[in-house]
Every structure is written in structure tokens, then in C-alpha cells.
Design a protein around this ligand. Structure first.
Ligand code: ATP
Length: 421
């Protein structure tokens, strides 16, 4: 694997070398593990590193961070630590075993050897390691035939109770199956279906399910994953009434196109949380009350809830944008919404009129501001001051409709509006 390690960025290589020397001087063993090993073997790019320490990972990471003069943070309850080295993230964990007391909850962990640590993992392709120790630096450690499964394109659990212990692995199996266009191995598939028919997924804490859903919706082409979940699992684990049909998947396509359009056309506008549009596509047919329950139970963040709920509330109102309406009304209608919501509307309605209005808003209105302020009105002695807010707002709408450009034009308009009040 030495050649594969050479493909890592110089920063990552430096960290691995420094880790190796430190482990050697401390007399402990460390290994690169999990997704990074899989991705190196698949020649995919690697963004984060996971290192397992047969010993105290927090202490090890702290010493390394001191040596490299990098940021360090510890997560005591998990026995893990993270180093940030020039924007490169490396997670360190103590090799451990896990014991599951109840299905779906986080397990009790205790320190162990690498072999046991690898055995607790989800699938064989994610249960390989690369030695970072002086004696066999770069050697692939493949105790559970991960390489064979990687070559055969198979997602295979490590023991028959795997889905019973942690049913989120059902969603993870689908995620890796779809991401790599692999197949879920026959026996794993049988056990996955059994776990589903026993209702295991419903027993998982909603926060853990939420994290898996978010990761899935952040993948490229999320519709593919959603289709597979619909077929194998269904979405009743989110809400019993969710029904995805042809129109949902057509909407996913339109969303994908709308996102591409936004990225190409509005390079200076903020980056979208595109996964929120996919979440909205899944949830859009729920009632507002059901939506609120989902966001509450699954513990989504406030902004996530706000974006999706505002799409739900706005979707019918926004239809008015199909008509030829005053420019200031386009502003008034769209300004309250996030960029994500607006792109959702763009995708949802294909009408030329509505799209033209949204395009105009994003192009010319979204960042538009008045040049005059309250103090400019004060300077010319307009009274009473209590009207300033209203007058400035109306002046702004006139600016949009009449195309006022200069500060003088705005001030003239403000004076005119003032007189009318
Ligand atoms: P990605 O490329 O999506 O980041 P990853 O394999 O790195 O994939 P993570 O969720 O970051 O996935 O997990 C890192 C590693 O931890 C996995 O490769 C796997 O070995 C292990 N792991 C993560 N979640 C579970 C789980 N629910 N059960 C068992 N092992 C898991």
C-alpha cells in the first residue's frame, strides 16, 4: 500500500510519518482504518483520515498536535480526538470493542486490539487497516476479506447480528451499494430484509437516523439513493404517510437541473445546502403539522426546519409569480425566502413567467439596497421621524420599479413619498 499512501496530499503524508515516529518512540501500534483505506484502494480522493491507536488515542493525538503545532480537540466520552493540520482533519480513536445493550442505541465500549476494533465495523470493505508502524509501514491488514469484497463489488456484514446490533447499518448498506454501484451480498441482503421485517429501524434513536439521512442526501444524485430506500425500506421510519411517486422523482430531476443552473449562473451567491432541497422533495406532501413533528422528533437544526417549512408554506403563494407582476412585488414575494427555497420554487414550477421573475430577482434584486439612509432624511429636515421606516421602504420599492440609480434620485423620491403622507 506504500504506493497508494504516496497519492495522499503532502500534508497528510507528513502527518502519517510524524504519527509513525511518535508511535515508535512510545512503543505503541497505530493504523489507518475504515473508509480511507477503502477509498485508497478504490483510488478515490481522501478528505479525512481515521487513525486507530492501540493505546490512549487522546494522549497520542495531544502529543502529535504539540509536535506539529496544530489544532487539537478531544471528545472524552468517545475516547477520540481530532487534529486539524493546515485544513486537513485527522481523527484518532482508541482501538475498542462495542457491546450493544439495546438495539439502536450507542453501545458500551472498552479498549481492545485492532482485530477486535475492525470486527465491530459495519462492512468488510470498511474493516481494513494499513499499518503505520515502523516494522511494516504501509502493509494492508485485511482480516475479514475486505479486499476480495471490494474487488467483487460486495457489501457484506461482518457477523450475523450486525443489523440487530445497529440497524442504521441498513441505511449505510444502501448508501455504499449506491455510491459504488456495488451489490449487497446475498446473506447480508437476507439479514437486512429480516431486520426490516422485525421493525428494527423504528427502534433506532431518531437523531442517529437523521444523521444517516443527511449523509445520504449529501451524496451525488440523491434520487438514486432515495429510490432504493423507497424500494427496500420505505419511508415510514420518518412518517407513516410519506408516499413517494413518479412526480417526486421527476421533482428530484428538476431540482438537480435547478441547482446546476444556480451554480453556473450565480457564482457569487452563497453555496446552497442542496441536501435540504432533497429533504423538502421527500417531505413536501406532509401537512404543516406532520412536518413540524418530523423536525422536532428528529432534532433537525432550526435553519433546516425553517427552510423546509417555508417551502411548504410558500409553494402555493409563489404561483403568483407566474404572472407578469410589478418588479417590487417580485422583491416583496421572494425576499423572505432562503436561496434554497427559491431554487426549490424554480425547480417546482417550470413556467417561463415564474422562472423569469426568479431569475430577475436573483440577478438584480436580491442584493439591491437604497443608497440613502434615515440620516439623509434627517439632514433635509423631514419630519416626523416615525415615518422614516415606511418612507424608506416605499422609496426602495420605487427604486426597483422606476429604476432609480443615484442617491439624488432616491432622495427626490423619498421627499415625494413623504409629502403624500
Ligand atoms: P464516508 O466515505 O461516507 O465518510 P466512511 O466509511 O468513512 O464513509 P464514516 O461514517 O465516516 O464512513 O465511518 C468511518 C468508519 O467507521 C467506517 O468506515 C466504518 O468502519 C466505521 N463505522 C461507521 N459507522 C458505523 C456503524 N454504524 N457500524 C459499524 N461501523 C461503523
Amino acid at each position: 500500500m506504500i504506493n497508494r499512501l504516496k497519492k495522499l496530499s503532502p500534508q497528510f503524508r507528513k502527518i502519517l510519518k510524524s504519527s509513525s515516529s511518535l508511535a515508535n518512540s512510545l512503543g505503541i501500534n497505530i493504523y489507518l482504518v475504515g473508509g480511507v483505506v477503502r477509498d485508497l484502494l478504490l483510488r478515490k480522493s481522501v478528505l479525512d483520515l481515521d487513525i486507530v491507536v492501540e493505546g490512549d488515542a487522546i494522549l497520542f493525538a495531544k502529543k502529535l498536535a504539540d509536535a506539529l503545532k496544530s489544532d487539537f480537540s478531544r471528545h472524552h466520552s468517545f475516547g477520540t480526538a481530532t487534529i486539524n493540520f493546515n485544513g486537513h482533519k485527522i481523527d484518532f480513536a482508541t482501538a475498542r470493542t462495542e457491546k450493544y445493550s439495546h438495539r439502536g442505541v450507542l453501545p458500551k465500549v472498552s479498549p481492545a486490539t485492532l482485530a477486535k476494533d475492525l470486527l465491530r465495523r459495519d462492512f468488510t470493505i470498511n474493516a481494513m487497516a494499513i499499518s503505520l508502524n515502523k516494522k511494516d509501514y504501509g502493509k494492508l491488514i485485511d482480516l475479514y476479506n475486505g479486499l476480495e469484497d471490494l474487488r467483487g463489488g460486495l457489501i457484506r456484514i461482518l457477523h450475523p447480528l450486525s443489523f440487530h446490533d445497529d440497524p442504521t447499518r441498513i441505511l449505510r448498506a444502501i448508501r455504499f451499494e449506491q455510491r459504488f454501484s456495488f451489490k449487497i451480498e446475498t446473506n447480508t441482503f437476507k439479514l437486512l430484509k429480516e431486520a426490516l421485517s422485525q421493525g428494527y429501524l423504528e427502534l433506532v434513536g431518531p437523531h442517529r437516523l437523521r444523521d444517516e439521512i443527511i449523509i445520504i442526501l449529501k451524496e451525488n444524485n440523491p434520487a438514486k439513493y432515495v429510490k432504493r430506500i423507497k424500494k427496500l425500506v420505505g419511508f415510514s421510519f420518518i412518517d407513516k404517510t410519506i408516499k413517494l411517486d413518479k412526480t417526486t422523482f421527476q421533482l428530484f430531476k428538476k431540482i438537480e437541473q435547478a441547482i446546476l443552473y444556480y451554480k453556473k449562473r450565480f457564482k457569487k451567491h452563497p453555496k446552497l445546502d442542496t441536501w435540504l432541497l432533497s429533504l423538502a422533495a421527500i417531505l413536501i406532501k406532509l401537512s404543516s403539522q406532520q412536518l413540524k413533528r418530523v423536525f422536532h422528533d428528529f432534532g433537525f437544526r432550526k435553519r433546516e426546519r425553517d427552510v423546509v417549512c417555508s417551502i411548504k408554506e410558500g409553494i402555493n403563494k409563489i404561483k403568483k409569480l407566474e404572472k407578469d407582476i410589478k418588479a417590487s412585488n417580485v422583491y416583496i414575494m421572494l425576499k423572505p425566502y432562503s436561496f434554497e427555497s427559491i431554487i426549490f420554487f424554480y425547480a417546482y414550477y417550470q413556467s417561463k413567467g415564474l422562472r423569469k421573475n426568479i431569475e430577475y430577482f436573483l440577478q438584480s434584486l436580491v442584493n439591491l439596497q437604497l443608497k440613502i439612509k434615515g440620516r439623509d432624511l434627517k439632514a433635509i429636515n423631514l419630519k416626523p421621524e416615525t415615518l422614516y421606516g415606511k418612507v424608506l421602504r416605499k422609496t426602495f420599492h420605487s427604486k426597483i420599479d422606476k429604476g432609480l440609480v443615484s442617491k439624488a434620485q432616491e432622495l427626490e423620491e423619498a421627499k415625494r413619498i413623504f409629502k403624500r403622507h
